[in-house]
Ligand binder design. Sequence first.
Ligand code: HGY
Ligand code: MN
Ligand code: MN
Length: 408
Amino acid sequence: MTTVSDMLGAISDVGRDSVRGGYSRPVFSMAELELREWFTAEATKLGLEVSTDRNGILWGWWDAESGDRTGALVTGSHLDSVPGGGAFDGPLGVAAALAAVDVLKERGVEPRRGLAVTVFPEEEGSRFGVACLGSRLLTGAIDADRVRNLKDPAGNTFADVSRAHGLDPKHLGRDEEALRTIGDFIELHVEQGRALIDLDSPVGVGSSILGHGRWRLTVQGQGNHAGTTLMADRADPMVVAAQIVLAIRRTAASQDDARATVGRLQPVPGGTNVIASRVDLWLDVRHPDDSVTAALVESIHGQAQKAAAFEGCSVTLTEESFSSTVHFDAPLQRQLQNSLRRTTSEHQVPALPTGAGHDAGVLAGYVPSGMVYIRNPTGISHSPEEFVEDTDANLAASALADVLEDLL
Ligand code: HGY
Ligand code: MN
Ligand code: MN
């Protein structure tokens, strides 16, 4: 039987980023395509019937006797990463799902309903800007036309890129038939914080996901020569962008439970001896209450406009992605805790709120969904320092197998 740590070891060289460290595996990149092939090979080895649906979601099916897939038990995660991401965010859940199927087969379990392992594309939104793009397409949570026209940083549309990889962009969008196959959805994921390590518990379950959104700010100025343009004659968007970043920090720090980040800033043209003509920066804001998030973004927009006007620049704000706070299905959450108490003979299996978005959070609006978290000793994620001990990675397989067996 292949363990989770063996599976992750087998893909540990795919998509390594020598500049940033960690892994860069954007959707439909060579690295992510290689991981899709890895998944297909591993799932086929397990006797699962693998297919890619019209939204680019991979499904590995273990059919029940009846062959009926309605209301099946579905578990999975994603294989794409943030730039310079860790080895576990996504792949741990996919590898654990495959290993859990192997454990169930070893136990001689005969599923009374279908069971499927899924891989959702573009969970991170690192290439086309919208988080959980695959699960939003599946559920119809995003307009298919909008998706077809999403552009990656090189200007390629999702329609063109998905077509180049075997999808028909005309068929993107809500997939009633696929949705009907999902009775319950369970996502296992590396914990992206310190709760489990501080609680000294190897596993936990998800209780909620913090509402989160992404906005693009574009500051327009006057491109010019760094040497011949006097300081008084400048309309420099980089100076405005710097003030916006500081205003974002101040605004979020003054609001309880708020988190706001600028992790990506792009000057155009980006020359050392060139005053930029434009600067794009992306804002990630998270808060439990959507109205507070809206107020924070509005305040940031107002401060940005003031800073821009003072510098003779202009600024626009565009929303790119938004998800409200999600509370997972309470009975399912309790059932997961009961199953996991058996696995780990732990008295307490903590229920954790998280600030990280997941496909399970999108699906939770359509089908009963739940999450299982695995301990991350560093508590760091979206960074090469993200970590899971082999013992906990391998425990993930039996933990998920127990959860699935009880649900099957
Ligand atoms: O951004 C997030 O919270 C998730 O990792 N996509
Ligand atoms: Mn993830
Ligand atoms: Mn992530």
